[in-house]
Design a protein around this ligand. Structure first.
Ligand code: ATP
Ligand code: FE
Length: 450
């Protein structure tokens, strides 16, 4: 099966085309960092407008990168929450329109489930995937491509040539065969719908997944992102046992807040800038207390650490103290605070995850894998500390590649595939009787003559 995934829960419009045997055929992402940078947070109605401006072109770019026509999709998956309602609706409306127009099933995906399940994509997927087409959500000209991209696409233009030379999947070839038959049978649309329905057969999808996943169930999953901080025992798709959550803020949110207080670059993420600065600092320079040590739970808390870090910033960066510092000295003061915050935050994450391993083993003694996902899982210090924990506990650590830790379409497409395999998809919304909304070039009157 080939699934198109759409993510629009926050400030990234992410779209990708992924197969049930774990190949990422094409990916596109439109970022809104420039829209929100001046406001110090994501502004919901601006975000909605930027998603609306970008959604069509992001879908088109992902399909073009995959070398597929929408008629060749088996299903469309979309994030339905949690997230900003205004933004979620843009993605959901687009997904519904595609499902209706091409007569394919619609799969609803939970955003955090997508963050967790993307770890099951075969580990070879990242190396084989074409680079994501990156663009600014609202710009009329394409954003400067990041170093890893092959280029960027302007609205309305086709993506760069090299993105189109992706090897065709067996499914695509299968569909192409159908397409040829269909074209000659003068009822192209109807035949293609049958082909799509065939390839979304849950048994086939499940067989594909079984052969290719990199992490079997069950696994322990630490989800650390901008809005969530969860420790979850994942026993299967839809079978989640929450062992811990934050009692206040998520770690990603704390990273973003402190990055703002230190006047760091907030694009693409404040957390990444804070990590970079922390590399120059001494993690023992400022003494912060490790949160929640008194509590024999797997819950997290970052509000106190955030406040203590803010107080350290206000104190150490007070004008009377910094007036006589050179720019290098000032930077070192900031780096020391950043490194100290990060060290304590990561210690806290690791301590609670260690307790979670014990809890999880009481339920599943055969536990073998620890997954860390969500945007903060891009962080090298986080990765290193949990790698150490996994080794000590005799677990294998599984980390999605950084670009699939922050919000993206690949994780939604993959979670869609996992749900599709269990038959958890809605049938296509009722098709319209209006022949102009059909993908087929032939009018309905021609189709009915076959
Ligand atoms: P949620 O998934 O909870 O709804 P979100 O979708 O906004 O929230 P993600 O896109 O998963 O969050 O992750 C973004 C978060 O990850 C931001 O808070 C960002 O600062 C943080 N982040 C990204 N890279 C790093 C890094 N290298 N170090 C620390 N934090 C990082
Ligand atoms: Fe997210």
């Amino acid at each position: 099966a080939v699934v198109l995934g759409i993510e629009s829960s926050c400030d990234d419009t992410g779209v990708a085309v992924v197969t049930s045997d774990g190949r990422v055929l094409g990916e596109a992402i439109a970022t809104q960092a420039d829209v929100h940078a001046q406001w110090g947070g994501v502004v919901p109605n601006l975000a909605r407008d930027a998603h609306a401006a970008a959604i069509d072109r992001t879908v088109d770019s992902a399909l073009a990168a995959a070398g597929l026509a929408p008629q060749q999709l088996s299903a469309v998956a979309v994030t339905i929450g949690p997230g900003l309602g205004l933004c979620l609706r843009v993605g959901a409306a687009k997904a519904r329109q595609i499902a209706r127009q091409y007569g394919i099933p619609l799969v609803s995906v939970h955003h955090m489930e997508a963050h967790a399940l993307v770890a099951r994509l075969p580990s070879a997927a990242a190396a084989a995937a074409p680079p994501a087409v990156r663009m600014a959500a609202t710009a009329t000209t394409a954003a400067a491509p990041a170093a890893e991209t092959h280029g960027s696409s302007s609205p309305g233009s086709s993506p760069p040539q090299q993105l189109l030379v992706v090897p065709q999947s067996p499914e695509a070839a299968h569909h192409s065969a159908h397409e040829a038959v269909a074209a000659s049978s003068s009822d192209r649309a109807q035949t293609l719908e049958v082909a799509a329905a065939d390839s979304a057969d849950p048994a086939t999808v499940l067989a594909d997944i079984g052969a290719s996943v990199s992490v079997p169930f069950p696994f322990l999953c630490l989800l650390v992102s901008g809005g969530h901080n969860l420790l979850v025992l994942v026993r299967g798709v839809g079978k989640y046992v929450q062992l811990g959550t934050t009692v206040d803020d998520a770690l990603g949110e704390a990273y973003d807040k402190i990055a703002r207080l230190l006047n760091l670059e907030l694009r693409p993420h404040g957390g990444a800038a804070l990590e970079a600065l922390a590399r120059e600092g001494d993690p023992r320079a400022v003494k912060f207390a490790v949160p929640m040590r008194k509590y024999a739970t797997c819950d997290f808390s970052f509000a106190g650490l955030k406040t203590n870090t803010r107080l350290a910033i206000e104190q150490q960066l007070a004008p009377e103290r910094t007036a006589c510092l050179t720019p290098e000295e000032l930077r070192k003061v900031k780096a020391d605070i950043a490194a100290s915050f990060q060290a304590v935050a990561v210690t806290h994450l690791t301590e609670k995850t260690r307790r979670g391993v014990g809890w999880a083993r009481e339920v599943v003694p055969e536990l073998r894998h620890l997954v860390v996902a969500g945007g903060v899982a891009c962080n090298q210090v986080v990765r290193g500390s949990l790698q150490q924990l996994a080794e000590n506990e005799g677990l294998e650590l599984v980390l999605p590649p950084p670009r699939w830790c922050t919000d993206n379409g690949v994780m939604v497409a993959w979670a869609g595939i996992e749900r599709l395999a269990l038959g958890w998809a809605e049938p296509p919304p009722p098709t319209t009787t209006n022949p102009t909304q059909r993908p087929a070039p032939a009018p309905a009157s021609t189709a009915s003559t076959s």
